[in-house]
Design a protein around this ligand. Structure first.
Ligand SMILES: *[C@@H]1O[C@H](CO)[C@@H](O)[C@H](O)[C@H]1NC(C)=O
Ligand SMILES: *[C@@H]1O[C@H](CO)[C@@H](O)[C@H](O)[C@H]1NC(C)=O
Ligand SMILES: *[C@@H]1O[C@H](CO)[C@@H](O)[C@H](O)[C@H]1NC(C)=O
Ligand SMILES: *[C@@H]1O[C@H](CO)[C@@H](O)[C@H](O)[C@H]1NC(C)=O
Ligand SMILES: *[C@@H]1O[C@H](CO)[C@@H](O)[C@H](O)[C@H]1NC(C)=O
Length: 277
């Protein structure tokens, strides 16, 4: 109602502009949840040329080996061609994502990585539900924490005291689960009731071909990189850390599709997912 009142005080041109802007915003928010990557990196200077052997290998890798042939799985690793034009690639979906949704994410990601990283021999792109990576250099089973990105919710927790302790406990627990309970997938998620009205949700994931030791190294690196950026009194309600080899995330709302239904406690931040900056 408030916005309608404001609009009525405007001239007709401004009114139309504001309405237009408003609908653009709505479209923008909708699109962002489905098709915008969290982050991508193709800063390595290595280029291939248009219509080269490398390019056709890359196209085959992204469309055939990963998208078409990998679609029954949530993780696929493949290569195409022969040296010196060989391309290595993989996709990995979040551990709770079903293959059908995974395939949709790969479809968007393979198109987007080529649009954002034209002529690049090495690139990686992260979406909420999947990541896609390719390179002319094999990266199988290799721990790689060189590229990293930390994304924060704009809201901060209302009771920062002891929150870091709860976070540490949560991540110690899920990191252990990822390399024990789910050793093949190297993925785990969990939730803890941290006080009478809030529940903390977290997840960790490594590339499944990492060794257990490298997986733990990657996740602990990610956790400490995150921790040193958090101030005692201003702790975001959610953070994600993205590495090529692993990623982790926490939120104060249920961020996954697979967790069993929980009591309604602690849902005050429900729906904050799209506010990650
Ligand atoms: C690689 O291609 C980009 C454009 O995609 C261009 O800006 C850059 O100069 C190229 N680098 C080399 C080393 O050719
Ligand atoms: C598709 O995957 C199967 C099973 O991994 C493999 O045998 C086959 O060679 C793959 N085909 C292509 C075109 O990559
Ligand atoms: C990858 O591409 C870069 C740039 O063209 C080249 O210098 C490097 O030798 C290549 N690596 C492999 C393993 O082919
Ligand atoms: C949360 O804390 C950060 C870091 O101090 C601050 O920049 C931000 O404005 C805070 N957010 C809100 C909504 O107060
Ligand atoms: C969260 O922290 C509080 C205060 O240290 C503690 O009492 C509580 O047990 C912790 N909860 C979990 C699930 O770790």
């Amino acid at each position: 109602m408030a916005s309608v009142l404001v609009l009525c005080l405007c001239s007709t041109q401004t009114l139309i502009l504001i309405l237009l802007f408003h609908s653009l915003l709505l479209v923008g928010v909708k699109a962002q949840m489905q098709v915008n990557p969290l982050y991508y990196d193709c800063s390595m200077p290595n280029n291939y040329s248009e219509r080269s052997k490398f390019q056709s290998n890359l196209n085959r890798l992204l469309y055939r080996s990963l998208y078409n042939n990998g679609s029954d799985f949530i993780y696929t690793k493949a290569s195409e061609g022969e040296d010196p034009d060989k391309v290595y690639g993989l996709f990995l979906c979040r551990g709770d994502v079903v293959p059908k949704d995974c395939k949709n994410c790969i479809d968007v990601a393979r198109e987007r990585i080529q649009r954002e990283c034209p002529l690049k021999k090495q690139a990686i792109i992260w979406f909420d539900e999947c990541l896609v990576r390719y390179s002319n250099v094999s990266f199988a089973s290799m721990l790689d924490t060189s590229v990293s990105r930390i994304l924060y919710n704009t809201q901060n927790v209302s009771r920062p005291e002891q929150f870091m302790g709860n976070l540490s406990a949560m991540f110690d627990n899920v990191i252990t689960q990822a390399i024990t309970v789910n050793l093949n997938l190297k993925y785990a998620d969990n939730s803890d009731e941290i006080n009478d009205f809030q529940r903390l949700y977290g997840m960790v994931q490594c590339l499944p071909d990492l060794s257990a030791v490298d997986c733990v190294t990657c996740l602990k690196t990610a956790f400490s990189q995150m921790s040193i950026t958090l101030f005692d009194t201003k702790i975001p309600t959610g953070v994600r850390v993205l590495h090529a080899s692993c990623n982790l995330r926490y939120e104060l709302y249920q961020l996954l599709t697979s967790l069993p239904p929980l009591t309604i406690q602690g849902n005050e931040d429900q729906g904050m997912g799209s506010s990650i900056s």
